[in-house]
Write a new protein. Sequence first.
Length: 308
Amino acid sequence: MLKYTIKRIISLIPVIIGATLIVYVILSMADGDPARIILGEDATPERVAELREEMGLNDPVLVQYGRYMLNLLHGDMGVSYRTGAPVVTEIAARLPNTICLALVASVVSIVLAIPLGIIAAIKQNSIFDGICMVVSLIGVSMPSFWLGLLLILLFSLRLEWLPSFGADQWQCIILPSFALAVASMASVARTMRSSMLEVIRQDYIRTARSKGLSEGTVIRRHALRNAMIPTMTSIGLQTGILLSGSVLVETVFSWPGIGRLMITSIQQRDIPTVVGCIIIFAICFSIVNLIVDLLYGLVDPRMKSQYA
């Protein structure tokens, strides 16, 4: 298992290189001069040219990228063009907020999705099953930022029950976490239903029923564990998507996380901060997938043979 973990960590390197290179190339083609943004519109052309030379912005894009990656090997993500602070400090101040939002949204989606998927599978072709599938389809199709705006209009402006921005009190996380969790909940519920339908038709489930076990015992002890294997894959992917997909939700709700930081940095062409955020998202996504792969051995003993 340790060897497998090391291989997965090594496989993260080309992901980071590819993601950061794409970001560098795209931002290099965008309008706007970082030196002009830093100095302001009143700066003289001479001062702008001098700052561009100091920052190495006159070098080719690949040279700038190579210099950044060399500094990254030493733990240096550069300095923010916007604030002048180290990018590591900027990200470290906001990463806990993003992780907290993603974890709460993930818990909400799992708690709601798994029971819905199980009940929909047990009561296949019933009214409840139809309602669950329609709700899941709407949840998957609905953009999270649009749902967030609807939640703000209803619960913040009309009913005045919950705050619509910030993170200064615990109630602030309710609306953004729910807006972020709906799509994940719908996807996990559909996966859980499909997996459960496949499992409950197996011969060993009929054998367990023929022994006189109650339906609840059959579902809990025999069907659920096997049905959770593909569902865990969906949960892992959705958790990684929640971390990276929080960009728009954080912007809508003014949540002080990495997503909002990245949007602000893109608008001001703060390349070091944008690349730093992309790296953090890639690492978090890969870590979540690695944890899910390792948990397979706990759910299904047959998976342990792969680590032997």
